[in-house]
Design a protein around this ligand. Sequence first.
Ligand SMILES: C[S@@+](CC[C@H](N)C(=O)[O-])C[C@H]1O[C@@H](n2cnc3c(N)ncnc32)[C@H](O)[C@@H]1O
Length: 189
Amino acid sequence: MVNNPTVKEFINQNAIKEVKLHLGCGGVKYPDFINIDLYPSNPEIKDGSRSFCVADVYCDIRNLDLEPESVDEIFLSHVLEHFVKWEAQDALKNWYTILKKGASLIIETPDLLRCVLMLFHFQKKYRKNARSQFYGNQTDRLEYETHRYVWDARELKRELLSIGFSRVTVTHKPKTHKKFRDMRVIAAK
Ligand SMILES: C[S@@+](CC[C@H](N)C(=O)[O-])C[C@H]1O[C@@H](n2cnc3c(N)ncnc32)[C@H](O)[C@@H]1O
């Protein structure tokens, strides 16, 4: 990476007024978001968990160096489960700090209890979809693609409320990945 701006630099360089962050974007680029990831693609290294990486900024999303109350929206899909519980808790606090009052955090992630239920589904495809979520990618030898802690809906809601978020809603109709197995959690600061 020859020229990798920080998030602050990217905001300034592009004169971004409404700051929307897409964290752990992998190969998914949303045009009206700043797409952030830590691990660039390497065509020589197989990563079956994503198709390339198309980030605008490469940095660690667990502790974003942005001013408090400077961000309008944060979205992440299939990323939270890559962190151990305490890392996720710290990250959620960091994201709470940088969000503006009233702004939303949107998380899509597998729901542990739905995965447990699906493990006993009579159809193999559902059992397979559930099983893959417990430990993530265990074949490509990539530390960052393994899953370390899968949350359940009630636990994640409680955590968000304890940090200070309000109006926390949970559905199992995510806009990305798998309906029923995954949850879409929206929390307001
Ligand atoms: C399973 S992929 C999901 C990619 C994309 N969000 C999607 O739904 O297809 C997980 C992504 O999280 C990224 N990631 C893991 N740890 C990270 C960290 N500490 N900081 C930034 N990105 C991270 C990985 O590089 C990877 O792109």
